[in-house]
Every structure is written in C-alpha cells, then in structure tokens.
Ligand binder design. Structure first.
Ligand code: NAP
Ligand code: HSE
Length: 433
C-alpha cells in the first residue's frame, strides 16, 4: 500500500489528550522511529470536533478537518488512528476505514469491550490489522504480551488495578484519612477522572478493560455486559482502618479467573494482603498481575492514563503495523476460539470481610452465629470493638459462594439483634481458604 511513498501515512481521528500525545511522539521521536521501522511515519490529516478548540500540541491548521470521512477516505492514508472515544460514530468510522483497506489503531476500551468481535472479524475478512494496546492499562504493554510473548502459557487468572482515578482515591483515603468525597474532588482537580466520574468510581471503566483482558487471556469472548461491576462509593475510612488492622489493603480490583465451571469476571473493592505486589500500587498508577502455568506470576506496572503514556501504546501499535506494511506481515488477530461460559456472580466463591453493629448484650453473638450457620458460612476470624451500648463486629469468612453470603446479609438485616450491616467487602488472599 505504501509502495513508492516516502512515508507510512497516518490519518487521525481526534486530537485531545491521547491524540495530541500521538502527534508529539511521532514528531519528537521521528528520527529513531524511522530507523526502527525503516521508513518515516507521517501524520497527514487529523479530524477533530471543533476547529476552534485549543490544541495541546502545535498542529498546522491545514492538517485539521471536522470531517472524519476526509481522513478515512484519503487514498494516501495507510493507518487510521481513532482516538476520539465512545461507541458511535467511532464504530462506524473504524468499519469504514477497514472496508477501505486501512489498518486501524484505537485506544477505545468502551468500543472494543462491546463491539470487539464485530470489528476484529471485519479486519480479518479485509486482511488488515486492528490494534488497541492503549485501551487497557494506558502506557502499560499488556495486550501484545498476552497475545504473543505469553502465548506458550495457560493463563488461569488476571488481577488488575486498571483504573487510576479509583486507585488514587483509595490511596488518599488510606494515607491521608480523607473521606470518599474529598478524595474524589482531589482526583478531579488533578484531571484523572473521566468527565463523568461515575464511569470511574462505579467500576465501569475497569469492567470494560477487564472484558478485553479476559478475552485475550482465556481465548474466549467476554463482553462488558458479562462483567459484574461494583464501585468504591460506599468505602469508608472505617473500612480502610479495619482492613489495615487485619493486614489488608483495599483496592478496586478487576479479577478474571478461568475456572473449571466457567470464567469469572468481576470488578469490586477487594481486600488484598499487604504483602501482595498489587498492594504496593499507589496513587493513579495501574498494574496487571498475570499467572501463567509456565512463567509463574508476572506484574506489569506503570501509568494507566495520561497523554504521553497512552500515546506511547498507540504509537507502538502504529509502528508494529508500519513494519507489517513493509514486510507483508500481519498482527495476531482475534484469538477467541473458545466459547467458555461466564459464571453468574451468585456462583462465584470468595472470602468476605463484614462489619456490623449490634447491641452489646448477652446472647447476641449466638443469634448471629446461627444465621451464618444456617447459610453454611464458616467464620475464620472475628473481632469485637465494644462501645458500651453498641458493639461493632468485624469478621472474615472462609471461602463461600456469593449466594450464601447474600442470604446471610439478608438474615442478619432481619434480626432484631443487628442494628445495621455496615460493610461487605470481598477478600482475595491467595493461599488462604
Ligand atoms: P479527549 O481528550 O476528549 O479527545 C477526544 C478528541 O476527539 C478531541 O480532539 C475531539 O475533538 C475529537 N472528536 C470527538 N468527536 C469527534 C468527531 N465526531 N469527529 C472528529 N473528532 C472528534 O479524549 P482522550 O482522553 O484523548 O481519549 C481518547 C480515547 O483514548 C478514548 O477512547 C479513551 O478511552 C482512550 N484512552 C484515554 C486515555 C487517557 O489517559 N485520556 C488513556 C487510555 C485510553 P475536539 O478536540 O475538537 O473536541
Ligand atoms: N479514567 C481512566 C482512569 C483513564 O482513571 O484510569 C483512562 O482509562
């Protein structure tokens, strides 16, 4: 396609946070990139929504257009980079680019976690590449390693801190004693949160990333609607300090496990032991922890968002495709050749941390123990913090089905002896049952 041309030509849709980083990296590192590829890579045209919007990077005026189809339809463009986000019209633009034989790079987790199968199939049929490394973990290379470097392994679990905003909030709550609202305000001031922060704090952003990770790790299509998502809005400073007392840290974890009875995919606040490598991931950083049967445990760590980190992943994809254009190679396409069932959340097995408040009088613990027993929930440890008239019970269970713990909570809430169930947080503690 680039035969006789001086450069591999890129057309871009979007020039915001990520798009401006792509322009900057391709310009600032042009010389080394050209040496690595064997040819220059040049951005020719960029579509934006509003020509009068300020740009974070210098872009010649004549390069910009508000018509994405002008970029996609340009016969000189080899690779279309979609960094506008959202589902439509991004989906239509990508399908149109593919149908015209253009290779595509995007950073769009929302789109790939919902329409990934359709887009990858279209690319396969047309014989073009579609890459989306930046969609998960920003600057952290994780999708290509899962598809290529780790392809000799059976991967049975992926645990990730894949949302920077929530990790920042939980870190500030833990280290400065801020409450959720104060920590969210700080995250917004620093520009980590999405325009609508509910996408971050309710776990939807992490769920989209987990669907993509699980699909690749387990070779079976997982879409956003398969992922159970629970956010961090109900986490309190008390939860954090009780967790610390028990040797745990609370993180919003994205958890994917390939189990004999199906795949479990879930995002929720999770208590992990202080010794776990993910416990040390602070502030807005991301990390993805992978277990493979041959390689053992690996952790990929770095900046999950931001202009240059995310653009680093986009440019990496552009370079891989540029090399393929020159050599006639192809990226590994869709690897979802299994159709594994996805487990319902009620069937997932976990350990649980609970806090509830009870009147401090004889016979209360016996009543409570009865509810746990009726629901086959075994208690591993319990601490009572007495305050005179009211006592606070903090306990951790052995592993049990989610359905049983939900029945236990309903049972406790129905007891006259329980004033309130204050917290229920899942515990991920490898090696403990
Ligand atoms: P952004 O700053 O809001 O930029 C979006 C860009 O798209 C803007 O330049 C906007 O134009 C342009 N645009 C919107 N609608 C358009 C349309 N219909 N036609 C042409 N251009 C259009 O978004 P971003 O943060 O760069 O995110 C882009 C993508 O990267 C998203 O899929 C996001 O999930 C993903 N991502 C972001 C990060 C991050 O750190 N931000 C990290 C990893 C992945 P105007 O400038 O004129 O408004
Ligand atoms: N809002 C996202 C985060 C950044 O906080 O991680 C882009 O994925």
């Amino acid at each position: 396609m680039s035969d006789g041309k001086e450069a591999i030509v890129v057309g871009q849709i979007g020039c915001g946070t990520v798009g401006s980083g792509v322009v900057r990296i391709l310009r600032d590192n042009a010389s080394i990139i050209s040496r690595r590829v064997g040819k220059d890579i040049a951005v020719k045209r960029i579509a934006v929504r509003d020509l009068s919007d300020p740009r974070y990077v210098e872009v010649p005026e004549e390069m910009l257009t508000t018509e994405a189809m002008e970029v996609i339809g340009d016969p000189e463009v080899d690779i279309v980079v979609e960094v506008m986000g959202g589902i439509e019209p991004a989906r239509t633009f990508i399908l149109e680019a593919i149908s015209r034989g253009k290779h595509v790079v995007c950073a769009n987790k929302e789109l790939m976690s919902t329409h990934g199968e359709e887009l990858l199939r279209a690319a396969e049929e047309k014989g073009v590449d579609l890459a989306y490394e930046a969609a998960v973990g920003g600057g952290i290379p994780i999708l290509m390693p899962l598809k290529e470097s780790l392809a000799g392994n059976v991967i049975d679990q992926v645990l990730g801190i894949v949302n920077g905003t929530t990790n920042y909030i939980l870190t500030r709550m833990s280290e400065e004693g801020l409450d959720f609202g104060e920590a969210l305000a700080k995250a917004q001031e620093l520009g980590y949160a999405e325009a609508d922060p509910s996408y971050d704090v309710e776990g939807k952003d992490a769920a989209a990333k987990l669907a993509i990770l699980a699909s690749m790790a387990f070779n079976s299509r997982v879409t956003l609607s398969d992922v159970y998502a629970e956010g961090i809005t109900s986490i309190t400073p008390d939860d954090i300090s009780f967790a610390r007392e028990l040797g745990y840290v609370i993180k919003l974890l994205a958890i994917a496990k390939d189990e004999p009875d199906g795949i479990s995919v879930r995002v929720h606040p999770t208590m992990i032991p202080e010794r776990h490598p993910l416990a040390a991931v602070r502030d807005e950083n991301n990390a993805i922890f992978v277990s493979g049967d041959a390689v053992g445990e690996l952790m990929f760590y770095g900046k999950g968002a931001g202009s240059l980190p995310a653009a680093s992943a986009v440019v990496g994809d552009v370079i891989s495709i540029a090399r393929n254009i020159l050599t006639g190679g192809r990226l590994v396409g869709c690897t979802c050749f299994f159709q594994k069932p996805v487990k319902d959340m009620k069937d997932v097995r976990c350990r649980y941390f609970m806090i509830f408040d009870v009147p401090d009088r004889p016979g209360v613990l016996a009543k409570i123990a009865g509810v746990f027993g009726e629901n086959q929930v075994s208690i591993k440890s319990v601490i009572q913090h007495g305050t005179g008239r009211e006592a606070r019970i903090v306990l951790v269970t052995h592993e049990v089905r989610e359905e049983n713990i939900r029945a236990t909570v309903r049972g406790l809430e129905g007891l006259e002896e329980v004033n309130r169930v204050a917290s229920l947080i899942r515990v991920e503690d490898p090696g403990e049952e």
